[in-house]
Each structure stands twice: as structure tokens, then as C-alpha cells.
Ligand binder design. Structure first.
Ligand SMILES: Nc1nc2c(c(=O)[nH]1)N[C@H]1C(S)=C(S)[C@@H](COP(=O)(O)OP(=O)(O)OC[C@H]3O[C@@H](n4cnc5c(=O)[nH]c(N)nc54)[C@H](O)[C@@H]3O)O[C@H]1N2
Ligand SMILES: Nc1nc2c(c(=O)[nH]1)N[C@H]1C(S)=C(S)[C@@H](COP(=O)(O)OP(=O)(O)OC[C@H]3O[C@@H](n4cnc5c(=O)[nH]c(N)nc54)[C@H](O)[C@@H]3O)O[C@H]1N2
Ligand code: SF4
Ligand SMILES: [Mo]
Length: 736
């Protein structure tokens, strides 16, 4: 029996874990008390990773789908041989751009997986790269590209030093923080109040976080209006930090003009925030010694997500809080990230546009919401094969019904996953991936998100179960069989084709050593190297806080100034005002919510997380009464695109006019038996499958603020039950 120190890769704080290993098997996971940041904290999901690791339902051998829909085990050699042959046949006949890849959220927690798949797609010359980003953060990256020239320059809320945090559409007491890595974030937030400061939580639901601090109820999709009104008041009442803006930015006068027509009286009907409250908020933000606005998924999944992300930074800039301690700070990585992004050409926004819908790429990816149309629309560049790694788009993207159907039209679907899930059950092959406990790792994309600069390295805790392989190994082998070179850089691809393969860990070592804190290969003793990280298994804290005052050097616009009034944003503000009203027969707005014991769609097979739980729709008492619903009754929720049925939970935590339903439920994957048995429905059948309904600037899925109606289920019939269970639209719904 032994103990291995590692870190959790389920969500962004990356808490330290200690695994007890018996005979090469993980027997238990505990929080790592010696981790300098998480200091003995781990949530139930992290602990339950033991159950995922040892799950009898896990895929541990390559599987091939038989004609009857069941799966049979095959060898890696057979699977990869056939996949390579079929992909090459498609390339010959239709070109490399007939092959697509969707990578899901867990992919970004591996230091190798995203790099290798990017290299593979580049080698194919295919633009069909999709990710969970268009359901998550791409609006943030697009806004950063407009503001700073670099999509990867994402500001962090400096919650350790701020006096006033306005948090929009985030629930860190459940999510544990996103686009900011801060283990023990609850304590950090409490610290603001203990210092005499305030935390205001703008959310349509009185969430766990809102309850712990001050709740500002806001209308779904109302954030752009609220932020425009805050800017309006800041300018109108002479609260703008003009000196700071003049030093840092350009376009201030234009921005001022753009927000002139948005006094709080005008925005209140849209934002749901009373004029006095909006005014007070603007004054409080301006007068706090250090203040910051931070927005997360609740602000990213609406109609104007990029505009909202942009306005958040604009408020931070105009109050003089951008790139300041206690404001919005730009994290630095111990790797030369800016240089890597520049050299690899990975930091793109709008360099190419999608075949369907003409959407700009964000970091080389197109919106996942167009995948169904890319598969079904004939013509050059039609997507005919799709590889899905660490993703479950059938449950996670908008217009789930359309995607589910479109997958049947593919010539080849391959999933690299831990389970046969709802997407995998449609696949020709499901290839077994290692869990994070079975791979070495380095928190590459999160290094600059740590509020307390920190770096770590972990070795694999146990060997892969069965025949599971790491994604990069699968990609490498597939590329070799296809006769293409893998690599983000041209020379790397050439080297790969010539059989030269520096190991990923060698790559990390070289980047660390040559990075800003590196040992420069011995020239700077005590500097970072992989060897040093391996000697410090709990990781190394690099500084107390992220540095500030260096933004100018990192902005890549030619004038090195924050652009406060790009044309795209002016156009988006016009579109906001022209947005059509929701149909009168769909009077409620649907939003999502995350639960402490779920993780998107993939932890529902862990028995300890599923005890006494079911998916319900949360509704305000007023709306429940109005629509004839009692607590626990089955209700029907209908949008313009589909219908689902769920039991109702009546709670005054929901703002009137809003329904909240968690996503990630509705399992009917071939493999996960516990998940399948727990019922629930796929809420994303209610979201629009139409590319025209995606947000314009980043192709963001509109998963929050969907117009719906709610009513009791009056009549039962078997077909309708199957429809709701599988998340397919129920056709006969005439009882709402
Ligand atoms: N309505 C609504 N929809 C949403 C959201 C919402 O708030 N509301 N949120 C969106 C967000 S933020 C996200 S990130 C997406 C997530 O969307 P996806 O990433 O598409 O879906 P997940 O449910 O995270 O599925 C992850 C898959 O990866 C597998 N997996 C886990 N670990 C590994 C690994 O190490 N390697 C491999 N190869 N596979 C692994 C799991 O078994 C699972 O099948 O959902 C989005 N969808
Ligand atoms: N337990 C758990 N933790 C997770 C996950 C999980 O599934 N479960 N998923 C992980 C992932 S992939 C991500 S991306 C992060 C997300 O991290 P967060 O964004 O912090 O988490 P959410 O709970 O989605 O918070 C979004 C909030 O926005 C609110 N909201 C909805 N619509 C609007 C709106 O129009 N305006 C405003 N202002 N608010 C709105 C919702 O009520 C919700 O409280 O969480 C991560 N952590
Ligand atoms: S909070 Fe996230 S990173 Fe920490 S233990 Fe839980 S799942 Fe893992
Ligand atoms: Mo996410």
C-alpha cells in the first residue's frame, strides 16, 4: 500500500489530492493537507473520482459498434488500423476538411491532449475543430481579442485584495470558481467581507453564493443592459477615472457616446435592476478603493455574450481597476505563454470563418452549435467524420435533438472516452482513455489563472486500467498510421514525420527552464525545471499575488492600448436594441444551474454522488401557482424547439418569470448504468439548433434566457413518456 500525491483535474481550483494505492489500484482519495493552496480541501466530486477510476462500467478496451447497436471489444491494432484507413479514404475522396474533431471540457485539464489534437487537425488542414468553449468561455476570449488583441489575455478578479466584487452569472460556492483558479474560494470571498468590503452577486437565482453574500436579482440575459447603465452613470456622474483610461486605453470618448442612451431608467425593464440600485452600484464601484466586476457562465450563454464580457472589462477600465491590485489582474505563467501563443499561431480570433453561418474562429475553433448543420449540409467541406474526445456534445450543446440525428449521417464517428455515453453510443468506435489518475500532468492552461501564482507537476498515480491509453498516444499512433505528422508548429510536424518524438515531459521541461522563472539550463540556479517540480510534489507557490502594471507589454494591438470602442462592439450594441421580443406565448425564461454533486454530464455514474438525487425544474411560488403546479408535480417545459418533463421544485430562490433546470442529465448512454437509472432529461433539446440563433461574435450557444412556457402534465401516454425521457421533443403538447 502506498500514498501518492497528485492534484484533481475535474474543475479549476485543481485541489491537491492524496491517493491510497493498493496493488496498482486506487483504494481511496483524500484531500492533500500539505497542498499550499487547497490546504486539505477537496469536494465530494474529487473524492468520488475513486468510483470513476474503478467503475465497472468504464471502457477499458477499444469497442466497435455492431450493426445491432451493441459493442464488441477489438484490439487497438484493429481499431486504429480501420479508423486510419477510413479517414484516409475520406481525405482522398473529399479532402482533409471532411474530418472534424470536438473536444470536451475534461480535455483542457490534460497538458498533452489539446496540443496533440490541434496538431492533428492542422496536419489535416481541416477547419472543423469544435469544443465545449462555445458553450462556456469563447465569448470571454473573443472579448479579450477585441480589447487586448490577444484572446488568451483573460483578466482575473483579484478577490484576495479587492474591497468590492460584483459577480455576474457565477456561483463559485458550487462551481468552485471558473476562469480563475483559487482553491478555497469560499474563504477568499468571505475575506472581502471580513476586510469591510462587499460581494454583490448578480443572478436570477438566489444561489448558494448569493445567499452567503448580497444578492442582486437580475433578469436572464439582462447583463448587457445593466453594464451599459453602469457605464452611463459612471460617465454622467463624473465618476470615470479619466487619467487611468487615457494612460491605458483608446476609444474612451466613443465608448462614452455609445452608452449615452442607456440611463438606468431605460435599462431597468431589460435588466430587472431598478434604476436606483444600478446608480448605487455604479457609485459604489467607483468609490471602493479596489473594485472588480467578474462574470462567468451565466454571462457567457446569453444572446450578447461577447458584448457582456467586453462591458465587464470596460467597467473595470473606466473605474480605474484594470491591471490594478484588487481589480482585474492579468495572470502570468511560469512558461513563456505569450511567445508560445505567438509562435504557434494558436491565439486566433476571426482568422477564419465557418462554412455554415460565417462565424469567426475563436482559438481555432468554431461554434459546436453548427456541427449538426456542418454534417448535414452538402457541398465542399462537408463534415463526414467526427472524432469526439472527452466530450458529450449530445448532452452539452444547443439543439441536442438535431445533433443527435445528424450524428447518424456521419461516415465515421469515433469517441475517446471513459464511458459509452450519449454521444459514444452512436460511435463506430469508442476508444478507452486513461483517467487523470492514470496520466502524468502539468496544469498548462491554468497557470495564468492562479490568483496565487503556483506551479505543479504530477506523475501518474496508477498504471492505466485495462488497455486505456492517453489521448496524445492515440493521436500520435493514428497520425503515424495515416502518414501525417502531428504538431502545432511546422517543424514539429516535420520532425514527427521523420520519427523524431521529443516526449511531452521533455517539452515541459524545456519550456519551464527557458521561461521567466526557469533555471535557464543551469544559468539561474534555483530556477524552475521539471526536476525541481518533481522534488516538490505538493507544488510550488511562486509569489503572493499576480503582478500588475504589465498589461501594456502584453497587449498586441499596435498602439499597445486597450481598445474601448471597437466597431464590432458598436454594432453589437445596435443589435442589442433591435433584438426581437420573445413570443408572448413563451412568457418564462429558462436558465441553468450547477449542482455540487454533478459535473456536467459525466459524474452521474458515481454512486456516492447520486444518492437521493433527481433532476427537477425550479420555479418561483408565484409562477407555480399561476401555472397550476404543486411542489413535486410533473411539469412540462416547452420552448420553440422542444419539450421536456420534470418534477417541479417550488422555491423563492428563483426570480419570478424564471425556470432553472440543471444540464447534464437525461442519460441513455450504452454504458453508464447508474447514470441511466437516475432518469432526468436533456435540457438542451429546448435550445435552438439554428446557427442564426447563436451569438454573433463568438458563436456562443444560447443556453440561458431561453423563452419557455411551463404547465402541468395533464395526460399520460407512453410515446410522450419516451419522448421526454430521451429528451426528444414531445409532439403533442397542447395542455400548457
Ligand atoms: N444547458 C446548459 N448546457 C451546458 C452548460 C450549461 O451551463 N447549461 N455548460 C456548458 C459547459 S460550461 C461545458 S464545459 C460543457 C461540457 O460539455 P462536454 O465537455 O461536451 O461534456 P461533459 O459532460 O463534460 O463530458 C465529458 C466527457 O468526457 C469524458 N471524460 C472525462 N474525463 C476524461 C478524460 O480524461 N479523457 C477522456 N478522453 N474523456 C474523459 C466523460 O466520460 C464524458 O463523456 O457543457 C455545456 N453545456
Ligand atoms: N459542482 C460542479 N462544479 C462545476 C461544474 C459542474 O457541472 N458542477 N462545471 C464546471 C464548469 S465546466 C464550469 S464552466 C464552471 C462554471 O462556473 P460558474 O459559472 O461559476 O457556475 P454556474 O453554476 O454555471 O453559474 C452560473 C450562474 O449564472 C446564473 N445565470 C443564468 N443566466 C444568467 C444571466 O443571464 N445573467 C446572470 N447574471 N446570471 C445568470 C445561474 O443562475 C448560475 O447561478 O463550473 C465548473 N464547476
Ligand atoms: S473542487 Fe474541483 S478540483 Fe477541487 S476536489 Fe472538487 S472537483 Fe476536484
Ligand atoms: Mo465549462
Amino acid at each position: 500500500m502506498g500514498e501518492a500525491v497528485t492534484y484533481c483535474r475535474i474543475c479549476e481550483p485543481l485541489c491537491g489530492l492524496t491517493a491510497t494505492v493498493e496493488d496498482g489500484v486506487v483504494a481511496a482519495i483524500r484531500a492533500d493537507r500539505a497542498h499550499p493552496l487547497s490546504r486539505g480541501f477537496a469536494c465530494p466530486k474529487g473524492i468520488a473520482m475513486t468510483e470513476v477510476q474503478n467503475d465497472p462500467d468504464r471502457v477499458v478496451r477499444p469497442l466497435r459498434r455492431r450493426a445491432d447497436g451493441t459493442f464488441e471489444p477489438v484490439t487497438w491494432d484493429d481499431a486504429l488500423g480501420d479508423i486510419a484507413w477510413r479517414l484516409n479514404a475520406l481525405r482522398r475522396e473529399h479532402g482533409g476538411d471532411s474530418i472534424g474533431w470536438y473536444f470536451g471540457n475534461p480535455a483542457t485539464f490534460s497538458y498533452t491532449h489539446p496540443l496533440w489534437l490541434n496538431g492533428f487537425m492542422r496536419a489535416l488542414g481541416s477547419p472543423h475543430l469544435y469544443s465545449a468553449g462555445s458553450q462556456d468561455t469563447n465569448s470571454r476570449f473573443a472579448a479579450s481579442a477585441l480589447l487586448y488583441g490577444s484572446p488568451h489575455l483573460v483578466p482575473l478578479p483579484d478577490i484576495e485584495r479587492t474591497d468590492f466584487l460584483l459577480m455576474l452569472g457565477a456561483n463559485p460556492l458550487v462551481s468552485h470558481g471558473s476562469l480563475v483558479s483559487a482553491p478555497r474560494i469560499r474563504e477568499s470571498l468571505k475575506g472581502i467581507v471580513e476586510r469591510g468590503g462587499r460581494v454583490v452577486v448578480g443572478d436570477p437565482r438566489r444561489t448558494e453564493t448569493a445567499r452567503a453574500f448580497e444578492h442582486l436579482p437580475i433578469a436572464p440575459d439582462g447583463d448587457a443592459w445593466l453594464l451599459l447603465s453602469l457605464l452611463n452613470v459612471l460617465f454622467h456622474d463624473g465618476l470615470a477615472d479619466i487619467d487611468s483610461c487615457v494612460r491605458q486605453a483608446r476609444g474612451l470618448a466613443t465608448l462614452r457616446g455609445l452608452v449615452r442612451d442607456f440611463p438606468p431608467e431605460r435599462t431597468a425593464p431589460h435588466s430587472g435592476v431598478a434604476p436606483d440600485a444600478a446608480r448605487g452600484l455604479a457609485h459604489d464601484l467607483a468609490s471602493a478603493p479596489h473594485a472588480v466586476v467578474y462574470g462567468r457562465t451565466g454571462t457567457c450563454l446569453g444572446t450578447h455574450a461577447t458584448l457582456v464580457a467586453f462591458l465587464i472589462d470596460a467597467v473595470n477600465a473606466v473605474t480605474g481597476n484594470l491591471d490594478r491590485p484588487g481589480g482585474a489582474v492579468f495572470g502570468e505563467s511560469p512558461l513563456p505563454v505569450d511567445e508560445i501563443v505567438k509562435l504557434s499561431g494558436l491565439g486566433t480570433y476571426g482568422r477564419t470563418h465557418s462554412r455554415i453561418g460565417g462565424f469567426p474562429d475563436v482559438l481555432g475553433t468554431f461554434p459546436a452549435g453548427i456541427m449538426a448543420d456542418e454534417i448535414t449540409t452538402p457541398g465542399p467541406g462537408r463534415m463526414r467524420a467526427l472524432i469526439v474526445s472527452a466530450g458529450n456534445p449530445v448532452l452539452s450543446v444547443p439543439g441536442a435533438t438535431a445533433l443527435d440525428a445528424a450524428l447518424d449521417e456521419l461516415d465515421l464517428l469515433v469517441c475517446i472516452d471513459l464511458y459509452v455515453g450519449e454521444t459514444g453510443r452512436k460511435a463506430d468506435y469508442v476508444l478507452p482513455a486513461t483517467t487523470f489518475l492514470e496520466r502524468e500532468d502539468f496544469p498548462l492552461p491554468f497557470l495564468q489563472n492562479h490568483l496565487t501564482p503556483y506551479v505543479t507537476w504530477t506523475e501518474a498515480v496508477v498504471p492505466p486500467r485495462g488497455e486505456a491509453r492517453q489521448e496524445w498516444e492515440v493521436i500520435d499512433e493514428l497520425a503515424t498510421r495515416m502518414g501525417i505528422g502531428v504538431g502545432a508548429f511546422g517543424p514539429q510536424r516535420l520532425a514527427h514525420r521523420l520519427g523524431l518524438r521529443p516526449s511531452p515531459r521533455l517539452m515541459v521541461d524545456a519550456l519551464l527552464r527557458s521561461g521567466p522563472r526557469g533555471d535557464r539550463f543551469g544559468l539561474r540556479p534555483g530556477g524552475l525545471s521539471l526536476r525541481k517540480l518533481r522534488k516538490n510534489p505538493h507544488g510550488i507557490v511562486l509569489a503572493d499575488h499576480q503582478p500588475t502594471g504589465r498589461l501594456r507589454r502584453r497587449i498586441t494591438h499596435p498602439d499597445r492600448r486597450v481598445q474601448l470602442a471597437p466597431d464590432e462592439i458598436a454594432a453589437e450594441i445596435r443589435r442589442l436594441q433591435e433584438a426581437p421580443r420573445a413570443p408572448a406565448d413563451l412568457p418564462l425564461r429558462l436558465i441553468g444551474l450547477r449542482e455540487p454533486r454533478s459535473h456536467n454530464s459525466w459524474m452521474h455514474n458515481a454512486p456516492s454522488l447520486m444518492r437521493a438525487r433527481r433532476q427537477t425544474a425550479r420555479l418561483n411560488p408565484r409562477d407555480a401557482a399561476r401555472h397550476g403546479l404543486e411542489d413535486g408535480a410533473l411539469c412540462e417545459i416547452t420552448s420553440a424547439h422542444g419539450t421536456i418533463r420534470l418534477p417541479v421544485t417550488i422555491t423563492d430562490e428563483i426570480t419570478p418569470g424564471v425556470v432553472a433546470v440543471p444540464h447534464g442529465w437525461g442519460h441513455e448512454g450504452g454504458g453508464w448504468r447508474v447514470a441511466n437509472a437516475n432518469g432526468g432529461v436533456n435540457v438542451n433539446v429546448l435550445a435552438s439548433p439554428e446557427p442564426d440563433d447563436l451569438e454573433r461574435l463568438a458563436g456562443m450557444a444560447r443556453l440561458n434566457g431561453i423563452p419557455v412556457k411551463v404547465g402541468p402534465v395533464m395526460r399520460e401516454s407512453n410515446t410522450e413518456d419516451i419522448g421526454s425521457r430521451s429528451g426528444r421533443p414531445v409532439t403533442d403538447t397542447g395542455n400548457c
